[in-house]
Design a protein around this ligand. Structure first.
Ligand SMILES: NC(=O)c1ccc[n+]([C@@H]2O[C@H](COP(=O)([O-])OP(=O)(O)OC[C@H]3O[C@@H](n4cnc5c(N)ncnc54)[C@H](O)[C@@H]3O)[C@@H](O)[C@H]2O)c1
Length: 444
């Protein structure tokens, strides 16, 4: 079939890096993405329902740690980046990227209302012949079942005046080595033309593209990446409990196993899963698989094991207190790190929530220090972060390390905390990967 002039015109605009691109949802995914697209030369109009975020961007301020104020201000100054709360700002867009949240509810049922509303609002204003790409993590079938129908309801026809792609985000907040540009990106299209345009678009700012044959393949690939992590984290969490019973340090075991040059990949235990992705995404597949009458037993089991880890942390704290004949009730517990991940301020689904809630329920007096989080809300109670000081550490009955932020002075912690439960190997008793050779160097 000859390529349509509509497609060729859009391809020219994209390849010349002169596209007007709208990014819907300017969060952890959308804002860095908007910046990468603008840096490639395109003009980006970000749309977010949160007026505070929109105002921040338009005044040259960032609210995401991986993006600096200067970066935003420079792009605003160049006229390459702006933000709006109103979808009418997308009227001139050649390309739209949707990066809105895909949470689950309390029954672990996917909530696609954000994607559906973004697609409906976009479809109402976008000009014919544009490319729409979904980046939100979701179950296989979403792009075709939710995004495409929203545009078809406005009279658009795939490959005539509508091109559709799905490309899952792999952003790793806080990762200094792998950014958007140098992380290979999976791309897919509803049709060949959709794939061509999606690949051309991402090719203007991403080094390595991985085209796959269908939207569903791309959608489920992202889920499998996260399920792979969740299952392996659950395995190592369970393994930690086994090692603890034997009196063996799990971190030493992992360090030893990591020296095997093939067939072993280290995963590390922790206080439980956190963030917007890893604890949530597997349940997107579990839910959708039920439609196909397939059981997702690994996912369910991993979910149960990981969900029990905050309780295991509390058990370790009470065991430490037992040594000094103290009950949890009335003890002072200092928590180090409440963000779900080191070097970030993201507290969504953080295990610190459950750990602190259980400690408070048990009658403990809990305070915390986190260099990235000034205030932490647990079950309606707002805790104010403490300065990390010798005095604060010394007055605790037990200090529990939940997040191993690089800025924390671990020497100060070990020098003054009377008892420590270290859920992250923050004290680095064992390096994650030891040297392959343990032989003493031969004498010269
Ligand atoms: N955070 C990560 O590390 C990460 C990594 C890979 C993939 N993802 C996926 O990317 C998607 C977005 O995640 P995030 O972490 O950026 O979320 P986020 O909550 O940080 O940001 C989402 C933004 O979308 C806005 N928004 C919500 N509904 C909207 C609508 N209808 N129209 C316009 N704006 C709207 C919100 O106000 C918010 O600013 C999710 O599907 C997530 O699973 C996240």
């Amino acid at each position: 079939m000859p390529e349509s002039s509509v497609k060729l015109a859009l391809l020219d605009t994209i390849e010349a890096r002169k596209a007007t691109v709208t990014v819907i949802g300017l969060g952890y995914v959308g804002l860095p993405l908007a910046v990468a697209i603008a840096r490639a030369g395109h003009t980006v109009v970000g749309i977010d329902l949160d007026a505070g975020r929109v105002d921040a961007i338009n005044s040259g301020r960032s609210y995401i740690e991986d993006v600096s104020d200067a970066t935003i201000a420079d792009l605003i100054e160049l006229g390459r980046l702006s933000a709006a709360t109103d979808f009418s700002a997308a009227t001139t867009a050649d390309v739209a990227v949707i990066a809105v949240p895909t949470p689950i509810d309390e029954y672990r049922i996917p909530n696609l209302s954000y994607v559906a509303s973004a697609a409906t609002n976009l479809a109402a204003v976008m000009k014919p012949g544009s490319l729409v790409v979904l980046e939100s993590t979701t179950y296989p079938g979403t792009t075709e079942e939710v995004v495409v129908p929203a545009f078809m309801a406005q009279g658009r026809t795939p490959d005539i005046d509508l091109f559709v792609g799905y490309s899952p985000e792999r952003i790793d907040p806080g990762n200094e080595a792998f950014k958007i540009e140098n992380t290979p990106k999976i791309v897919s299209g509803l049709t060949i033309d959709g794939l061509d345009l999606t690949a051309a678009f991402y090719g203007t700012f991403i080094d390595t593209l991985v085209p796959v044959s269908s939207l569903q393949t791309a959608e489920i690939s992202k889920l499998f990446e996260n399920i792979f992590r969740v299952v392996n984290i659950a395995l190592v969490n369970e393994f930690q409990i086994i090692c603890d019973r034997f009196g063996i340090d799990v971190w030493e075991v992992i360090a030893a196993c990591s020296t095997k040059p093939y067939g072993f990949m280290p995963f590390y235990p922790g206080p439980g899963l956190g963030g917007h992705c890893v604890p949530v995404d597997p349940f997107y597949l579990a839910w959708k698989a039920r439609e196909k009458r397939v059981n997702t037993e690994f996912i369910e089991l991993a979910g149960r094991i990981n969900a029990n880890m905050p309780g295991y942390v509390v058990h370790r704290v009470t065991a430490e207190l037992n040594f000094i004949h103290r009950p949890l009730n009335g003890s002072k517990i200092g928590v180090l790190g409440v963000a779900y991940k080191k070097n970030t301020s993201d507290v969504r689904e953080a295990p610190a929530l459950s750990v602190i809630e259980s400690l408070l329920d048990g009658g403990a007096s809990v305070s915390y220090h986190d260099p990235h989080v000034a205030q932490f809300k647990v079950d309606g109670t707002v805790l104010e972060g403490k300065e990390l000081s010798a005095a604060w550490l010394a007055e605790q009955d037990c200090v529990v390390i939940l997040t191993d932020h690089d800025e924390i002075d671990w020497y100060l912690v070990t020098s003054h905390a009377p008892r420590i439960v270290d859920t992250r190997n923050a004290l680095r008793r064992f390096a994650p990967v030891v040297a392959a050779s343990v032989k003493e160097p031969s004498p010269a």
